[in-house]
Design a protein around this ligand. Structure first.
Ligand code: CTP
Ligand code: MG
Length: 241
């Protein structure tokens, strides 16, 4: 399969709280995006890589350009949109001559090569959509507003069986035409519906297309908060000798 990878890196990193786009935050010795992009290059699966960057950014653009040297892969950059889905759509517009596309969060900067390969293998076996997942360790409750707000604002509505739950990661893989169609269909969403879209698979699911699950990795954590960054730094360092 001719395969492209979209790396979404246009978020503002509110929860990380450094006052700079999250992809520009330093992890180890370089910006988070450097790790994410090197990870994609190391997997050697893509003919084209499109990195979605914060509008007006120059630093990350230069980083992408520096990694182009000595690589046959076509590296492109496009400006991000106001939501993650908008950012993905901007990238989908520029991809060409591709059968499959993997959408990856720059925030999952340490995703290992094997995960890229597991996702691509499923696409090669005929899946139109495939996502990497890991088991959930916490018990998860569905919350609803409380019948006694004087006690607490929320109460438990239900408890899904933990065995059946999976935490979802990236890269998420799709047949290109399938993902484009799913994103086109979401153009009519209300603002509330659009705000509820947290991954690409949701859009494909709503088209009634089966989304297959492959094993993700604990290394593919989404760096969101300052604690996550500390943990990622420790993972990079490896165990103390
Ligand atoms: N993203 C994007 N465009 C947006 C929003 C998010 O490309 N408009 C990307 C982020 O750069 C990140 C991934 O989508 O790689 C997942 O988003 P998230 O972890 O929420 O990152 P941020 O939106 O930057 O963080 P926050 O929500 O804390 O501001
Ligand atoms: Mg966000």
């Amino acid at each position: 399969l001719r395969t492209a990878v979209i790396i979404v890196a246009a978020g503002s990193g509110e929860r990380l709280g450094q006052g700079i786009p999250k992809a520009a935050a330093t992890l180890g010795s370089e910006p988070m995006l450097g790790h994410a992009l090197r990870g994609v290059l190391a997997a050697q699966i893509a003919a084209q890589i499109c990195v979605v960057l914060p509008r007006g950014d120059t630093e990350l653009r230069a980083l992408v350009a520096s990694l182009q040297e000595g690589n046959d892969v076509q590296l492109m950059t496009v400006d991000g949109g106001s939501t993650r889905a908008d950012s993905v759509r901007n990238a989908l517009e520029v991809l060409s001559e591709t059968d499959a596309v993997l959408v990856h969060d720059a925030a999952r900067a340490l995703a290992p090569t094997e995960v890229f390969h597991r996702v691509l293998n499923a696409l090669e076996s005929g899946a139109k959509a495939v996502i990497p997942v890991i088991p959930v360790v916490d018990t998860i409750k569905v919350a609803s507003s409380s019948e006694r707000p004087d006690i607490a604002p929320e109460q438990v509505r239900s408890t899904p069986i933990r065995e059946s739950l999976r935490a979802v990661q990236t890269p998420q893989g799709f047949e290109l035409a399938t993902l484009r169609k799913a994103h086109d269909a979401s153009a009519m969403f209300t603002d509330a519906q659009a705000a509820a879209i947290t991954d690409d698979a949701m859009l494909v699911e709503s088209q009634g297309i089966p989304v297959y699950l492959v094993r993700g990795s604990e290394l593919s954590l989404k760096i969101t908060t300052p604690n996550d960054l500390l943990f990622a730094e420790a993972l990079l360092e490896g165990p103390a000798a």
